[in-house]
Every structure is written in structure tokens, then in C-alpha cells.
Design a protein around this ligand. Structure first.
Ligand code: 3H9
Length: 680
């Protein structure tokens, strides 16, 4: 059956798209719309046209899988210009998510109607491009420049109610009555002339509005190419005739589509979705219903983990060993919810509902009925095994037992139970109620149902889950290690912490390794013996430099926590290096990049080689969503592909003498570099 069909309702022709899952405007859809419109034009009995979609949504955009391939006619921009010019009114009837090219189709229609639950947006910026089918020119003409800037540069969708308020749609349909209401609307306006054509309207901009927007959003836009292009296109809408603005839009999208940034952002879009797929898992693997959760440990991690479930209505029993720690944990959860209410992220009612679902306890016995227990206690194998031994005794048969360990061997933890098939790792990232990433660690004996349930649950709590195999540090922390080792070594060889951090900031990370260390606190895991100074961190801690919280760590901080390079810390580092007999030298940014970032790629390749990640793009997802790798660089593996694997291997070979005696280049990386292949 064709993806486009038509229905005649007397004098109204309804064009219906049925192109699951999201009615992307691929070639068949565009061609079908064109033919249907021609049919409407040719038939004198047709007075008006409605375009709507079957399935879960109105067109959610162009078909991104067509990008980078030769485009087949009719292309969307040309199709929409022609559609707007025809002499019979076209009504776009929207439900679900009218996004990107979908909303552009609606903007090129003469009238717009939507159900109250519909959402509308131009999210192209998130793919590193701009709306390229007239959206940058039409939207400001309909909703004004400020609202268009928000929607196009921000990329977030708005509700139908808001769309009505700002004039983006003409009216709301009944929630379950879109098809009929759209036809009635079409009949109502069928004879009205002239037809309202958005391209014929004028967009006006207040003086200075664009520069003010740039200044206000500088931080968010830093490093990205697409937002500036969006602003320039909107500016053209306000300052140039329509045709010239459209030409600029076209030339800008052409450049962006070919850019590494857009390729990286599109890669992450698909990588995120691919990560949800588990190789070798049969479709229809039964899921274990999770109606209640237990969390062991009410510290920062345990509390954050608990909030994920409370917020979606799943009751949580939280366990601590001491009343005081339990009270503190519960109070923190309450405070975090109050913060969410204050910032408008949830209503008081939602926060009250969430906190009412929390049951604090000091007794393991209270975990006997829950469907899933997540342990978030001290990161030590003996402690974890003791916890799992106890859990094995109290948890009901069929309950999933998860560890939030960030490094440890999940199989060894599972061996403390009589039911290793129910054990897996759920590695949340701090703050666990905020960070999007979840590493789901599949143990040797973890059952398919347990794994599938964890992935399904991750989606429900709005995490992006990636499956990792058991190895020290899994995907993320395992790759962090060479980077941290090299950063630590570089400052001993003469680079300043601020030099290393600057290279990371220039690359696009929100923070460098030493800023991060100061923020987290240098005393994490410190033995608290000032006479034992085996690492630079220990030497800094011994001098009371514990990081931001103590006013100094690798940097000095003022009372507002503004950082400046620290002569004191640099002296401590230099003395430490002298005591170890490490000579000082000038170190280039290039060397910092090669030693810190290429070694990560190398470790990623080893992870793939060993089958600890299912695919290279999963590694990219981990780094973008868990560790601040700039999305416009697509994650470490795509970045390596883009700069060339041979470049990476050459850099590693150049630095090999400095990378430690155990360093080896991954055979997989070597093989791919030599044969001109890529990871993705
Ligand atoms: C654009 O419009 C450019 C124009 O301005 C100019 C042109 C000249 N294309 O996300 P889900 C797939 S740019 C192809 O899991 P949900 C997706 O990969 C576009 N495929 O569902 C997945 O496949 P699989 C502007 C797409 O319910 C399946 O559909 N639009 C596209 O959680 C289900 O997706 C956007 O950026 C696409 N455009 O969320 C919107 N979109 O099952 C992008 C999705 O094989 N899309 N797929 O893994 C979204 O934001 C979400 O998909 C949406 C539904 C909110 C619609």
C-alpha cells in the first residue's frame, strides 16, 4: 500500500500519510503528497485540501537516513514552495509531534489546526543543521522574531496551547476529533481569498535583538556551528526579501549538512537509539514487572537513584545502617524535590506524590517484597559481597539484584548469591537523578529477561542505557583511566594543570580533568595520612588542598569559587616531580591531546575487541551522555573516525615511549587504521 492515500469528503480532499513509525518525509511521502495535490488542483469539485497523518504522529521531520545521499525529486523545499503557491487552501492537521520538515509542511500550508496534546518544534539544530525547507523564513513571519529564535536556536518543541497563543496554529481540534474538525475547518475557509501565505508576510526585528540573543545564549552555543547559522537565517527573514532569505537558508543548510559537526550529531541521534538494542536477545523476551524498588545506601548516589523511581510513581524502600544517615538521606531527597518545584521542573503535587512513595528503613527484612534492589554502598568488593549475601537471604525469588558499582567485577559480586542469573550492574552517574546515562552491566550469568527488564526500566526512568560487559570500570571509567593517568603524568613532566584543562575546554568538554578533580574533592578515597605522599593528589591533600571546598586544590578558588592557577599547587607538583626524578620540559597542546584523547580511543578499541561493548556507537553514547564529550564531536570513536584512525595510530606511536611500560596499541585499531576502515 502506498504511504500516501487520499479520501474524498465531498468538496474536501484529505491527504493521509501512513509512514510508520514517525511519518518521516521520505521520498515516497513527498512524491505521494505532490501527486495528491495535483489531483486536488485538477479536480474542479475539490475546494480545499487537508493533510494529516495516521499513526502516532504528524510528520516528525525529514527522513534523516536520506541525508548525505543524492536527493530524489521532489525535494521538500521545492515541494513546499509550490504547495504554498497553489490556489486551493491547504489545511495541516497535526497530532503527536510535528517536528522539523513536518512543521515546515504545516507552515507552508495556508491554515493549521492541531489537537491539544500535539507538540510542535524545529529541532534541526540538535542535528547540527537548520530548518531547510523554509522554516527559518516562515516561522519568524508567523510567530515573530523572538519566539522564532527560541524555537529554532533552542530546538525544543512547544505545546499546542502555546502554539495557539503565539499564532502558530489557527485553532485547536477536539483531542479525538482531528480528522472531522480539520474537514469542517477546511470547508469553513474554502472560499476565503486571498489565501493566507506566510511567505507574503513581513517579519520585523527590534534593533539589537540578534546580538542580545547571541550574548544571552553564548554559553549554550559555545563550540556549535548550527546555532549561529540559525540566527543568521532568521536575521535574513527579518531583513531581506523572502526569496533572498530562502536562498541564504539553502546555502547554510548545504554547508551544515556536509560538516563534521552535523555528521557527529546525527550519529549520536541514531547511536542513542541503537544502544537500546541488545544483540542476541530474542524479540519478545519476557519482562519482569517492576512495581517496587529497594535501594541500599541513602547517600548521594542512593538518594539520586531512588528519585528516578519515585518520580515515575514506583515506590522505593531505602535502607541505611544508622538512623542518622537514613534521616540525612531522606532529608536530602526532600530538599532535591523542593528544588525541582522551585525551578518549575515539577509541581508541588508531583513532588508530594513522589516523596509519599518513599519508605525509609534500617532493616533488610523490609526488602523482602520488592521486585528490584539496587545496592549503592561503599565501593569495596568485600562490602558488596556481604550486602549481596544478605540480599540473597531476604529478597523474594525472582527479584532482580543490582549493584551500582562503577568498577568492580559484577560476576564476583553475583557469586555471593545463589541466583547469579538475577544479578547485574546498574551503573548510574552522579547526580543520579539528573545524569542521562546508565551503564547496564551484563554479568556472565545474567538472564536475558533480567537484562531486557533493566533496559526497559531505563527507558521508563528516561535514561539512555548502554549495555557493558564485565571489566574493570566497564566502558566509561575504563576509558577514563588512561586519560586520567596521562593527565597526571603530563603535569609531572612540566605541563600546568591549567594547560591540560585548557586543551580539554578548547576541545569542547565542559571541564578539564583537574577542574573536575577539584570539584569532586581530592580527598575521595584518601587514606588521610599526611606523611604518605605517593601521588600528587596525596601531596595536595596532605597540605590541606582538598579541592574547591577547601579553597584550593590543583587551582586556587575565591569565595565565589572562581578559579585561578595556583603557584602553591604548582610548587607542590614540581617538588613531587623532582623527588621522583622526573625532568621538566615544555609540553605542546598537541602532545596533551594525543596522550589524553588518543589513549582513550585506544582503550575504546580494546573494549570492542574484547566484546565489552556491543558496538562503537555505544561507546560514543557513554561518553556524550556520561562524561561531557561534546556532542558535536560525536563521541571518541566517531571523532577518531573523523580525524582518521591512521592519525590516531601515528600519534600513539609517536608518544609510545611516554605512555608507560604496559602501553600497547589495540590490534583492532591498528588493523582498521591500516586497512583504511572506520569504527562506525
Ligand atoms: C529535518 O526535518 C530537516 C528539514 O528541516 C529540512 C530538509 C530539507 N528520520 O525516537 P524514536 C526513527 S531534520 C528517520 O525511538 P520516540 C528512529 O531512529 C528532522 N528516522 O521514537 C527510530 O528508529 P528505530 C527533524 C527517524 O517515539 C524510530 O524512528 N526532526 C527520524 O521515542 C522511532 O524513533 C527531528 O529531528 C527521522 N527524522 O520519539 C525529530 N526520527 O526504531 C527526530 C525518528 O529503527 N525524531 N526516526 O530505532 C524524534 O525526535 C523522535 O523520533 C520523536 C519520536 C519525538 C519523533
Amino acid at each position: 500500500m502506498s504511504v500516501i492515500t487520499t479520501e474524498r469528503h465531498d468538496d474536501v480532499l484529505v491527504i493521509v500519510s501512513n509512514n510508520p513509525p514517525i511519518n518521516a518525509l521520505g521520498h515516497a511521502v513527498r512524491d505521494g503528497i505532490k501527486q495528491a495535490l495535483e489531483q486536488a488542483i485538477a479536480d474542479p469539485a475539490v475546494k480545499a485540501v487537508v493533510i494529516r497523518c495516521d499513526g502516532r504522529t504528524f510528520f516528525a521531520g525529514a527522513d534523516i537516513t536520506e541525508f548525505g545521499k543524492p536527493m530524489q525529486e521532489p525535494q521538500l523545499p521545492g515541494l513546499l514552495e509550490w504547495m504554498e503557491s497553489i490556489e486551493k487552501p491547504v489545511v495541516a492537521a497535526m497530532h503527536g509531534t510535528a517536528l522539523g520538515g513536518g512543521l515546515e509542511t504545516a507552515l507552508a500550508s495556508h491554515y493549521r489546526i492541531a489537537v491539544p496534546s500535539a507538540k510542535m518544534g524545529l529541532p534541526e539544530v540538535k542535528l547540527g543543521i537548520l530548518p531547510g525547507a523554509g522554516g527559518t523564513q516562515r516561522l519568524p513571519r508567523v510567530v515573530g522574531v523572538p519566539a522564532a529564535l527560541e524555537m529554532i536556536v533552542g530546538g525544543a518543541p512547544i505545546s499546542a496551547k502555546k502554539a495557539l497563543e503565539i499564532g502558530l496554529i489557527d485553532r485547536l481540534a477536539g483531542e479525538d476529533n482531528l480528522a472531522a474538525d480539520a474537514i469542517a475547518f477546511a470547508r469553513e475557509i474554502a472560499d476565503q481569498r486571498p489565501l493566507p501565505r506566510v511567505s507574503e508576510k513581513q517579519a520585523v526585528a527590534e534593533p539589537g535583538v540578534f546580538d542580545a540573543f547571541r550574548a544571552a545564549n553564548a554559553r549554550k552555543m559555545k563550540g556549535f556551528e548550527a546555532p549561529e547559522a540559525c540566527i543568521q537565517a532568521i536575521q535574513a527573514a527579518a531583513e531581506l526579501p523572502y526569496a533572498e532569505g530562502l536562498a541564504l537558508e539553502r546555502s547554510l543548510i548545504g554547508k551544515l549538512l556536509a560538516s563534521d559537526q552535523s555528521k557527529a550529531q546525527r550519529h549520536i541521534f541514531f547511536a542513542e537509539r541503537a544502544a537500546a538494542k541488545i544483540d542476541g536477545l530474542a524479540a519478545g523476551t519476557p519482562l519482569i514487572p517492576i512495581k517496587s524498588v529497594g535501594v541500599i545506601g541513602a547517600g548521594t548516589m542512593g538518594g539520586g537513584i531512588a528519585m528516578n523511581f519515585l518520580s515515575i510513581g514506583i515506590p522505593v524502600t531505602i535502607l541505611e545502617m544508622q538512623q542518622e544517615a537514613l534521616d540525612r538521606g531522606v532529608a536530602t531527597i526532600g530538599k532535591n524535590y523542593a528544588g525541582n518545584v522551585k525551578s518549575g521542573r515539577m509541581t508541588q503535587e508531583q513532588a508530594d506524590k513522589a516523596t509519599s512513595l518513599l519508605t525509609p528503613t534500617l532493616s533488610y527484612d523490609d526488602l523482602s517484597t520488592v521486585d528490584l534492589v539496587i545496592e549503592a554502598v561503599f565501593e569495596n568488593m568485600d562490602v558488596k559481597k556481604e550486602v549481596f549475601g544478605k540480599l540473597d537471604k531476604v529478597a523474594k525469588p525472582g527479584a532482580i539484584l543490582a549493584s551500582n558499582t562503577s568498577y568492580l567485577d559484577v560476576d564476583e559480586i553475583a557469586s555471593a548469591t545463589s541466583r547469579p542469573e538475577y544479578v547485574l550492574g546498574l551503573h548510574f552517574f552522579s547526580p543520579a537523578n539528573v545524569m542521562k546515562l546508565l551503564e547496564v552491566v551484563r554479568g556472565a550469568k545474567t538472564s536475558d529477561s533480567v537484562l531486557a527488564t533493566a533496559m526497559d526500566l531505563a527507558k521508563k526512568i528516561k535514561k539512555i542505557a548502554v549495555v557493558a560487559g564485565v571489566c574493570y570500570g566497564f566502558i566509561g571509567n575504563r576509558m577514563l583511566k588512561p586519560r586520567q593517568d596521562q593527565a597526571g603524568q603530563l603535569i609531572l613532566e612540566g605541563a600546568k594543570p591549567s594547560d591540560v584543562d585548557r586543551v580539554f575546554l578548547d576541545f569542547g568538554f565542559p571541564m578539564g580533568p583537574f577542574q573536575l578533580a577539584d570539584l569532586a574533592g581530592l580527598d575521595i578515597g584518601w587514606h588521610r595520612d599526611p606523611t604518605r605522599r605517593e601521588t600528587v593528589r596525596e601531596a595536595l591533600c596532605a597540605e590541606g588542598r582538598l579541592g574547591q571546598k577547601s579553597g584550593g586544590g590543583f587551582y586556587d578558588y575565591d569565595e565565589k569559587r572562581n578559579r585561578t592557577p595556583s603557584p602553591v599547587a604548582e610548587k607542590i607538583i614540581a617538588e613531587f616531580a623532582a623527588a621522583k626524578g622526573i625532568p621538566q620540559r615544555q609540553i605542546s597542546d598537541e602532545e596533551i591531546r594525543e596522550r589524553c584523547l588518543y589513549t582513550m580511543v585506544n582503550e575504546g578499541a580494546k573494549i570492542l575487541e574484547e566484546g565489552k561493548a556491543q558496538r562503537a556507537s555505544d561507546i560514543d553514547v557513554v561518553w556524550v551522555y556520561g562524561y561531557g564529550w561534546p556532542v558535536y564531536r560525536g563521541g571518541p570513536m566517531l571523532w577518531a573516525d573523523q580525524i582518521g584512525l591512521k592519525t590516531v595510530v601515528d600519534g600513539l606511536k609517536r608518544q609510545a615511549d611516554r605512555l608507560g611500560k604496559d602501553f600497547t596499541v589495540s590490534p583492532l585499531l591498528l588493523e582498521k587504521a591500516e586497512s583504511g576502515k572506520t569504527f562506525n
